[in-house]
Design a protein around this ligand. Structure first.
Ligand code: ADP
Ligand code: ADP
Length: 226
């Protein structure tokens, strides 16, 4: 678990697009934080900069006490789940979940143990030996989340992870995400363009526009209702 501190952050792409523009933001330890705003306002770029996947052009991002740009990628305790889940099709569910541990050269027995424990907590235990192609969209999404939490991340970054699900699965996934966040208490930043989703999940919401935060507060403060 960790606090995220973003100070005077600008992320400018090589083509000159200033996707994040002098942004300040502090996200508390264990908070469930939603980033909302129209397509192109800089949500994904902000998330990728927090993850250390994009370099900050100006300013800084810290997780806990550490500046993300100075932490080696293999040691970052940040997990990110993308829109398309990006599971490895040739690996089983168990291997997919354990992949971050394999990259970190953890012993095989430990990989299997963590995969089994995580899968149990996400009701995926019966699916451990299947491949992604044999799973529903909702199941794939849970595997992607399991893979993200398997490394005991301090910070969980979710980029519209529910956008490819139908209405029923979205509801199920929301409940699941909320439970996950309450159980492991991980600091979570969730990108969405869906107000209802932000309302259902978030402790606080930031609405972005043109690389800046236009509005920030509790769901009630931002939407004028609980
Ligand atoms: P959002 O996630 O809110 O849709 P993005 O962070 O994806 O916004 O994009 C913010 C702005 O940066 C947009 O104008 C987009 O076109 C631009 N952008 C995003 N990725 C790149 C990139 N790799 N190279 C250049 N411009 C980019
Ligand atoms: P989002 O879901 O955040 O809106 P997009 O569909 O805008 O994502 O972007 C998808 C991919 O294209 C991302 O990897 C992003 O970095 C890249 N991208 C977006 N805009 C540009 C751009 N203007 N130039 C180059 N790459 C871009």
């Amino acid at each position: 678990m960790a606090r995220i501190t973003v100070e005077n952050l600008s992320t400018v792409y090589p083509n000159g697009v200033r996707a994040v523009d002098a942004l300040d933001l502090e996200i508390a330890d264990g908070e469930f934080f939603a980033l909302l705003g129209p397509s192109g306002c800089g949500k994904t770029t902000l998330l990728r900069t927090i993850a250390g996947l994009e370099a900050a052009t100006e300013g800084s991002v810290s997780i806990g006490e550490r500046d993300v740009t100075t932490v080696e990628p293999g040691k970052r305790k940040v997990a990110m789940v993308f829109q398309d889940y990006a599971l490895f099709p040739h690996m089983t569910v168990s291997e997919n979940i354990a992949y971050p541990l394999r990259v970190r050269r953890q012993p095989k027995a430990r990989q299997r143990e963590v995969a089994e424990r995580t899968a149990r907590s996400l009701s995926l235990a019966e699916l451990l030996d299947r491949r992604p192609g044999q799973l529903s969209g909702g199941q794939q999404q849970r595997v992607a989340l399991a893979r993200a939490v398997a490394i005991d991340a301090d910070v969980l970054l979710l980029d519209e992870p529910l956008s490819n699900l139908d209405a029923r699965l979205r509801l199920e996934a929301r409940t699941f995400l909320k439970r996950l966040q309450q159980e492991i208490g991980v600091t979570t930043v969730f990108v969405t363009h869906d107000q209802a989703e932000a309302l259902a999940l978030a402790d606080r919401i930031a609405v972005m526009e043109s690389g800046r935060i236009r509005q920030l507060g509790s769901p009630r403060e931002v939407f004028g209702r609980p």
